[in-house]
Structures are given as structure tokens and as C-alpha cells.
Design a protein around this ligand. Structure first.
Ligand code: NAD
Length: 303
């Protein structure tokens, strides 16, 4: 989506951190921006600041786990600004603790926001973007945790692997229809995510592991080392304009990624592939490559 001026962006989790960074950058680029968030006060503050900077913005309180509310927010966005072209499924929370001790509530909360929230955005907006026929772009916020695993944030990591997987697959379906898909995979960002427990619903209050407040305080300090969310937003905008699938904002992880892929490849035993299976897999790969070529041509305006 090379031309963004005058177009409409809808962002979830936009009152703080990365979502607010994207909203600011999109506003500067002349987009009309709908900011949504579960935190009303933070949303009001963000809207007031962006309006004072002269941007065209609208705020909607939204819990992304509430499907009916996501549809209502989409209606409101269209009533305010017209057709939505850029959807950023960004709202997310984190929960740190030993995954083997997690309760169903721990799972339901993190999966509900980080994965189902993205799904709710997709199911609500994809038909609307297709219907207006002007093309568009979807950015799903995952994380470096979509590639990198370790102890500490297991459920979070599971959701981010899923967001990456669904984004990669969705690209094939939407690119030929002139709708780009990106998966945003940041490393550390200076945001408010360390305070996620504040927005955990009481109905999902059974903790499998205790909330470690000392650790959360430490996390706040660590996040101060993070990238400025505006810088993340600028990288997102450039990626949307180039129609990139992967938005890898932090070079800090390049060597780590190399190491992960090398470790995976090294797990193969030293044996040759089975020829008939290989012929089938080659056919599958060829089909995917053709769709990719067609999709890229459409997104680059060369079809
Ligand atoms: N900060 C990082 O280091 C980092 C790194 C990689 C990925 N991410 C991802 O970036 C995204 C944004 O996080 P952030 O770091 O900017 O955090 P943040 O807490 O600063 O912003 C996230 C926003 O989402 C909102 N939110 C939480 N639950 C919600 C719900 N149910 N419905 C609607 N809004 C809800 C919060 O109120 C908050 O304003 C998340 O998906 C996160 O996983 C963050």
C-alpha cells in the first residue's frame, strides 16, 4: 500500500507502546487513525495528544476478546472515517511464570488477547476490506517470541508462534487480492507491557503461578532499554508501503535467529530424501512459489 495519505487505519491496543507509536507515525503520514484500547483513560490521553498535534484520530474503548464489540467498533470506524484500509491487530499482554504450572485462566487470558484478539480482528475486517475493493494491508503484532523460545513466557510464546503462522498463511490468500499482510516481530520495546496484570479480567483470576511483583518491577526497568515505539511505527509504515511480510525491527536478534535455524537443520539425520515424497513436496513448493509470485506482482502494482 504505497499511498497511505487520506486512508484509514484501525489499531488495537493503541493507547500505549507500539500501538501508539504506529498511530503517531500513521497520523504524521496523513492517515485517519482509529485508536482502540481496553484502557479508557490511556486512550483519552492518547487521543488528546494526537489531536493537539493536529492529527485526525478517533478513539474507541474496545476489548479485543469481545467479538461483538470488535464488529461494533468496525462499524463505528467506518461511520467516522469511511473505509478501513490498514488493520493493525496489535493489542497484547504478557504473563511470566513456569508454563507447567499455568492454570486454565492463565491460558485463556493470554490466548484470548494475543491470539483470539488477532483472529477477531481478521474475521471482522477481512470481508470489509475485500468488499470495498481498494486494497489494503493487515499488520499482526507478534514478537521475536514468534521465533525464539525459552523459559519464562511459554504461553506468550505459543500465541506469538501462532500469530506468525497465521500471518504467513494469510499472505497467500490476500496478496493476490491486493491486501498485504505483515507480521511484526519486535525485540525489546519501551512500552507499558510490564503492567499487563492491570488489565487481567477478574473472571480469569485463578493464577497457576503467583504474580511476581518484584520481577514485574524489574521488567519495567528492562523495557526502558527498549526501542522507542515511534521508531517501531516508522519501520512498520515503511514495511506496509513496501508490502513486506516480515517486519523485523531489531537487528539485535539476527545472530540468534541464525543459530536457531542452524540448530533445527542440524537435528536432521544424515540421509537422502525419499524420491516419490520429494516429487510431491516439490509440486507443493512450486504451487506456493507461483502464488507468491502472483501475489507480489499484485502488491507491487505490476499485475
Ligand atoms: N514491548 C515489547 O518489548 C514487545 C516486544 C515484542 C512484541 N510486543 C507486542 O507488541 C504489542 C503491543 O504491546 P506493547 O509492548 O506496546 O504493550 P503496551 O502495554 O504498552 O500496549 C498494549 C496495549 O494493549 C492494551 N490491551 C491489553 N489487553 C487488551 C484487550 N483485551 N483489548 C484491547 N486492548 C488491550 C493495553 O491496554 C495497552 O494499551 C503486543 O502484542 C506485544 O505482545 C511487545
Amino acid at each position: 500500500m504505497k499511498e497511505v495519505k487520506g486512508k484509514v487505519a484501525f489499531i488495537t491496543g493503541a493507547a500505549n507502546g507500539i500501538g501508539l507509536g504506529m498511530a503517531t507515525v500513521f497520523g504524521r503520514a496523513g492517515m485517519k487513525v482509529v485508536l482502540t484500547d481496553i484502557r479508557q483513560e490511556d486512550l483519552d490521553r492518547a487521543i488528546a495528544k494526537l489531536r493537539a498535534d493536529g492529527f485526525v484520530v478517533h478513539g474507541i474503548r474496545l476489548d479485543v476478546t469481545d467479538r461483538a464489540a470488535v464488529a461494533r467498533a468496525a462499524d463505528e470506524a467506518e461511520r467516522m472515517f469511511g473505509r478501513v484500509h490498514l488493520l493493525c491487530n496489535n493489542a497484547g499482554i504478557n504473563s511470566f511464570g513456569p508454563m507447567d504450572e499455568a492454570s486454565y485462566d492463565d491460558w485463556d487470558w493470554v490466548m484470548g488477547v494475543n491470539l483470539n484478539g488477532v483472529i477477531n480482528g481478521l474475521v471482522t475486517f477481512i470481508p470489509r476490506i475485500k468488499r470495498h475493493g481498494e486494497g489494503g494491508h493487515i499488520v499482526n503484532t507478534a514478537s521475536m517470541a514468534a521465533f525464539v523460545s525459552g523459559p519464562g513466557a511459554g504461553i506468550y510464546t505459543a500465541t506469538k508462534f501462532a500469530v506468525r503462522g497465521l500471518s504467513e498463511c494469510l499472505w497467500y490468500h490476500l496478496a493476490p487480492q491486493n491486501i498485504g499482510v505483515s507480521v511484526l516481530c519486535p525485540g525489546l520495546v519501551n512500552s507499558h507491557i510490564y503492567a499487563s496484570e492491570e488489565v487481567r479480567p477478574k473472571s480469569l483470576g485463578e493464577h497457576g503461578y503467583p504474580v511476581n511483583t518484584e520481577f514485574m518491577q524489574g521488567l519495567q526497568n528492562i523495557h526502558q532499554l527498549g526501542m522507542d515505539p515511534i521508531e517501531v511505527g516508522e519501520k512498520v509504515l515503511r514495511a506496509v508501503q513496501r508490502a513486506d511480510l516480515y517486519i523485523l525491527t531489531h537487528p539485535d536478534h539476527k545472530e540468534e535467529l541464525k543459530g536457531i535455524f542452524e540448530e533445527i537443520l542440524a537435528a536432521y539425520e544424515d540421509e537422502a530424501p525419499e524420491p516419490r515424497r520429494m516429487a510431491f513436496e516439490d509440486g507443493r513448493r512450486k504451487n506456493a512459489a507461483e502464488v507468491k509470485k502472483r501475489g507480489r506482482a499484485v502488491l507491487q502494482g505490476k499485475s
